[in-house]
Design a protein. Structure first.
Lengths: 115, 113
């Protein structure tokens, strides 16, 4: 049972344009969401997070939007840069259960930013 | 570099052999996690420690798997009688407390022939 789903395995975007990566979840206990970026042969690195009490969080070029009623979140990267090319994982956890850092990951979306 | 360190980076073994991986977390972090990632999938939770206590194990962690964190610092993950299905990237992560983001190591890539 895939509780966190990333339905697009890959995405190609031109440099300077907006990248939008999507994520859906099914477990209503999830109340904390994160995006991790992963380069080949490296571990995932934290990018941005959002709590369920918010519907938007920004950090520089990265913005995460949360739609709790739809159980959907998205990561916007603008403007996209070639260095953003990586696999992006959506992850979720349940703070209210006291295991905020036990993460459930999606299957990832490979973003390629072309020149 | 004070990040999470994992050794070895790569391990090739024959089916039926035992393997052990080591993880050194960020020094002040008291929570340590093991995840497994197979091709095309996201990392899957295996187990975690708070200090030296192993607090939760996933049902993915069969009896052939054992993890320890003897002094609340480094951790080892042992797989006995390896099977080809154990081939995966084994990731270690640490955090200061349960409400902080995880910091991941670069992983150990296991190939079982």
């Amino acid at each position: 049972d895939q509780q966190v789903k990333q339905n697009s395995p890959s995405l190609s975007v031109q440099e300077g344009r907006i990248s939008i990566l999507n994520c859906d979840y099914t477990n209503s206990m999830f109340d904390y969401f994160l995006w991790y970026k992963k380069y080949p042969a490296e571990g995932p690195t934290f990018l941005i997070s959002i709590s369920s009490i918010k519907d938007k969080n920004e950090d520089g070029r990265f913005t995460v939007f949360l739609n709790k009623s739809a159980k959907h979140l998205s990561l916007h990267i603008v403007p996209s840069q070639p260095g953003d090319s990586a696999v992006y994982f959506c992850a979720a956890s349940a703070i209210r259960t006291g295991t905020a850092s036990k993460l459930t990951f999606g299957t990832g979306t490979r973003l390629q930013v072309t020149l | 570099d004070t990040g999470v360190s994992q050794n070895p980076r790569h391990k090739i073994t024959k089916r039926g052999q035992n393997v052990t991986f080591r993880c050194d977390p960020i020094s002040e972090h008291n929570r340590l996690y093991w995840y497994r990632q197979t091709l095309g999938q996201g990392p899957e939770f295996l187990t975690y420690f708070q200090n030296e206590a192993q607090l939760e194990k996933s049902r993915l962690l069969s009896d052939r798997f054992s993890a320890e964190r003897p002094k609340g610092s480094f951790s080892t993950l042992e797989i006995q009688r390896t099977e080809q299905g154990d081939s995966a990237m084994y990731l270690c992560a640490s955090t200061l407390d349960s409400y902080e983001k995880l910091f991941f190591g670069s992983g150990t890539q296991l190939s079982v022939l």
